[in-house]
Design a protein around this ligand. Structure first.
Ligand code: PHE
Ligand code: ZN
Length: 890
């Protein structure tokens, strides 16, 4: 029999909890299939609850219930009702201690939610609703409880037993067992609970806070990974310092621990005092980790640490407020990374991600507001919209208020809501108060899905010497709301005007609010209406407008720039983001011209202004090499597909390749000279200077290999073999393995086999090896993926491996994934069906590329829909997959 279709829950239906749980005592006896969990919960009726009923309904799933008692009196099964997802107790007193004993089976838990085993280690993941798979509880973020946890396990197999807070007691028991008791003095929701048991080693350090408290810092890993923890530890200490300096936030417990696990659905988790990390986000070492990997570790360590205030001390009232903690924390970690490395590079990378991926989400069938109004499965809402767009929304508040008032607003927010579960409205109202301004017009950013389009037109009047810009904003229709029903957004537009001798002084006469920066060549306009006209006076000739500096709002900007305008912006604007963006737009327009020629069957030609501009970039020694590399990197096929109405994958690919090969051929000498003149650093460090140099060097190498000159194929192979760091080694591997030229094949085959030989014992490096092969071009791609799925190193129960192989194929190998024979779609559907039964969260995530079927031609649409429909028929379809499929087919 088919289960009833899962139903949605709504923000508007929020009600305070019927009961509060002041204290939680947990006792675990770890066992692979019969872990015994005993809980004593000190419960009282919530004085704020309006219900008269004395019923208590606790969440619980997959628990083998052993006993229930109230104040020591055992209940029999007439006193309670056991359902698949809850335990109902009809008549509870005003105040009482509820004791429940249950058995759970961590070794059988492949969902990686609740208590599970990663290799030999026990660990937990409770956000969002995993705690209910451990014991019966009010598993909702607005129920905060003080936890005391005892863990019992075999002393030899599990010498390390951890939970949140401080260790208060430990000792030996019979049968070679031992126990440790932990107490966390800070009341917290159950989603922040954590437990770890394993044979782990740790590195230790200490951090002294501004107020003089010494905090013990520990990173626990398997012994073989002890040599890969230093970067995470250094990152943790920088994060702690930064949060004190920039936000005035000190750490609160005496101990802060990180544990690395191989099997993890996400990047990492901010459990109070005991962060649990995916190994991919904590381990780093020059030989095994790329520069991007090092930066990711630094960012994720900071992100989780920052959650101690934005997430833990102040948590979310309900899951509709997820972006309250995630958007704010991503904003915080982005600013931290900007301060640690290059601010402009970080901004460009974030804008790139947003425009290629989040805009696509916002334009697709799963589009939702930063504060969603409803969901079926909350796990599906850990999205780019909630995280990255949510961070952009916080950044706009920062722009509108200025740094100082923003800091006052955050102080007020933390002070007012400390120890509480808050809402997005609480956050904004603190900002309103500190900024002394009304942000009600700003709230569209939280409540409406879709990426606003900002179309700008210009006119210049030579007799009045006035230059006018007209801004028109619209927001497309999204699943929940028609375009016509959408409210306008408050859009901050950071801008300037470029004349023939550089930036012009701005004398605006406008119908919008604006603020000028100290040098009067930069201003921020605040658009609030569907249309605005802004007039600038005393302009002697038509200028080039520099718009959305620093990517000041997550909108699609439309302005009819000529290639020469773009070159002016690229070379003369003060803002690094705008310079990069102008270069991207120039690339886009050149690629679009080539696409048009291909479609008309004409011989394509590449606008020489692009190669001239690129030459100027490569040969300019005064620019940040990282920015040169970013500017010389053509827009991705993903981004080109995203901005197309109907994405013609093959044409996009061919056009991009033509432009790339043209640049490679016409600038070969310049690329070679730059490649040879950039320094090599024998002592690897993951600092901004070194990372910048390596990124430009490897960018040059990519173009040089694209010429298919045997000399450069050989040099790439030499770099592959002699590299002493993973950045240079894997860059060489990728350019060879992804080259479509037949002359590269032998190199590619040798490099791939040597790579596996060298790195087979390093799981994270093997994942890179899977990814490169997943992205290789050619007719045989799907067969190759299928055989790699049979490889000894592949394991479908490990999310990192699934992402490395299947995720890389479906997201980063568009030509092969979208093969018109449907074989790529079929492969993905098969994988999703398997994962649906073992790990629904990952299954739903992997589905992403199939849900965007509306972007493609009718033949592909049909093939994709057919796969979606066949998944939909799966017996035992999880809520997670059901929600994604049904929304995408709706
Ligand atoms: N809260 C985690 C973070 O953003 C992400 C996460 C969500 C991890 C759900 C696991 C499960 O830092
Ligand atoms: Zn987070």
């Amino acid at each position: 029999m088919r289960d009833a279709e899962p139903s949605a829950i709504y923000l508007k239906d929020y009600q305070v909890p019927s009961h509060l749980i002041d204290k939680t005592h947990l006792h675990f006896i770890l066992h692979p299939t019969k872990t015994r969990v005993s809980s004593d919960l000190t419960i009282r009726k919530n004085p704020d609850a309006d219900t008269k009923s004395n019923e208590l309904i606790l969440h619980g799933q997959d628990i083998d219930l052993q006993s229930v008692s109230i104040d020591g009196r055992q209940l029999d099964d007439r006193d309670y009702q056991l359902e698949a997802e809850c335990l109902r107790i009809a008549n509870v007193p005003e105040q009482f201690v509820l004791s429940v004993v249950g058995l759970i089976a961590p070794a059988d838990n492949t969902s990686l939610e609740g208590l599970y085993k990663s290799q030999s280690m026990y660990c937990t993941q409770c956000e969002a609703e995993g705690f209910r798979k451990i014991t019966y509880f009010l598993d909702r973020p607005d129920v905060l409880s003080e936890f005391t946890t005892t863990v019992v396990a075999d002393k030899t197999e599990f010498p390390v037993l951890l939970s949140n807070g401080n260790p208060i007691k430990s000792g030996s028991l019979d049968d070679n067992m031992h126990f440790v008791t932990w107490h966390d003095p800070f009341p917290k929701p159950a989603y922040l609970f954590a437990l770890v048991g394993g044979d782990l080693e740790c590195i230790q350090d200490s951090f002294t806070t501004t107020s003089g408290r010494a905090i013990d810092l520990k990173i626990y890993v398997e012994e073989k990974d002890l040599d890969k923890c230093d970067h995470a530890m250094a990152s943790l200490k920088s994060s702690m310092r930064w949060d004190e300096d920039v936000y005035g936030r000190e750490y609160d417990l005496d101990i802060f621990m990180i544990v690395a696990v191989d099997d993890f659905n996400m990047g990492a988790m901010e459990n109070k005092g005991l962060n649990i990390f995916n190994t991919s986000c904590v381990l780093a070492k020059a030989e095994t980790t790329t520069d991007a990997g090092f930066q990711r570790v630094e960012a994720v360590v900071a992100h989780e640490y920052f959650h101690n205030w934005s997430g833990n001390r102040v948590t979310c009232r309900d899951w509709f407020q997820l972006s309250l903690k995630e958007g704010f924390t991503v904003f915080r970690d982005a600013e931290f990374s900007a301060d640690m490395g290059s601010r402009t590079v970080k901004r460009v990378e974030d804008a790139k991600l947003l425009r290629a991926m989040q805009f696509a989400e916002d334009a697709g069938p799963l589009a939702h507001p930063v504060q969603p109004a409803s969901f079926i499965e909350i796990s599906n809402f850990y999205t780019l919209t909630v995280y990255e767009k949510g961070a952009e929304v916080v950044r706009m508040i920062h722009t509108l208020l200025g740094a100082e008032a923003f800091r006052q607003g955050s102080d007020l927010y933390f002070e007012r809501n400390d120890g509480k579960a808050a809402t997005i409205e609480d956050f904004v109202s603190s900002m309103e108060e500190a900024g002394g301004r009304d942000l009600s017009k700003f709230m569209s950013w939280y409540h409406q899905a879709g990426t606003p389009k900002l179309a700008v037109t210009a006119d210049y009047n030579s007799s009045s010497r006035e230059y006018a810009l007209t801004f028109n904003q619209t927001c497309p229709t999204t699943p929940e709301c028609d375009s016509e029903d959408k409210k306008p957004y408050l859009i901050p537009v950071a801008m300037g005007l470029l004349g023939s001798n550089g930036p012009l002084s701005l004398v605006p006469e406008t119908d919008v609010d604006f603020s000028l920066s100290k040098n009067d060549t930069h201003c921020v306009l605040e658009l609030t209406q569907p249309q605005h006209r802004v007039v600038f006076k005393d302009i002697n000739a038509p200028p080039v407008p520099s718009l959305m500096r620093g990517f000041s709002a997550p909108v699609r900007l439309q302005f009819d720039y000529s290639p020469d305008d773009l070159i002016t912006l690229m070379t003369q604007d003060d803002d690094g983001f705008t310079r990069w963006d102008a270069c991207q737009q120039l690339c886009v327009s050149v690629i679009h011209e080539v696409e048009a020629s291909l479609q008309q069957g004409k011989e394509p030609s590449v606008d020489s202004r692009l190669s001239d501009a690129a030459r100027a970039l490569i040969t300019n020694q005064n620019l940040d090499p990282a920015m040169v590399a970013l500017m010389l990197t053509l827009p991705s096929e993903g981004y080109l597909a995203e901005i197309a109405t109907t994405a013609n994958i093959d044409t996009i690919h061919s056009a991009r390749e033509i432009v790339r090969n043209h640049l490679a051929a016409s600038l070969k000498t310049e690329f070679a000279e730059r490649f040879d003149s950039l320094p090599y650093f024998p002592e690897y460090e993951a600092n901004a200077v070194q990372i910048a140099v390596r990124s430009l060097k490897n960018c040059c190498l990519g173009y040089l290999v694209a010429t298919a000159d045997p000399v450069w194929l050989e040099r790439a192979m030499t770099q592959y073999r002699t590299a002493t760091n993973m950045t240079d080694q894997s860059a060489a591997l990728s350019v060879l393995a992804l080259s479509p030229d037949s002359k590269a094949v032998d190199y590619s085959v040798s490099a791939l086999s040597e790579f596996y030989q060298q790195w087979q014992s390093e799981a994270l490096v093997v994942n890179q090896w899977f990814s490169v092969q997943a992205m290789q071009p050619g007719e045989k791609a799907v067969d190759r993926i299928r055989s790699l799925m049979q490889h000894e190193a592949f394991n479908i129960n490990n999310p990192n491996k699934v992402r490395a192989l299947i995720g890389a194929f479906a997201n980063n190998n568009p030509v092969c994934f979208h093969n018109s024979d449907g074989s790529g779609y079929r492969l993905l559907a098969e994988v999703v069906k398997k994962l649906n039964a073992t790990n629904p969260q990952i299954a739903a995530r992997m589905l992403g590329p199939l849900t965007k079927w509306r972007k493609y031609d009718s033949k592909r649409r049909e093939l994709m829909q057919a796969e979606l429909n066949s998944i939909k028929q799966t017996v035992g379809l999880s809520k997670d997959v059901f929600e994604v499929i049904s929304k995408s087919l709706a």
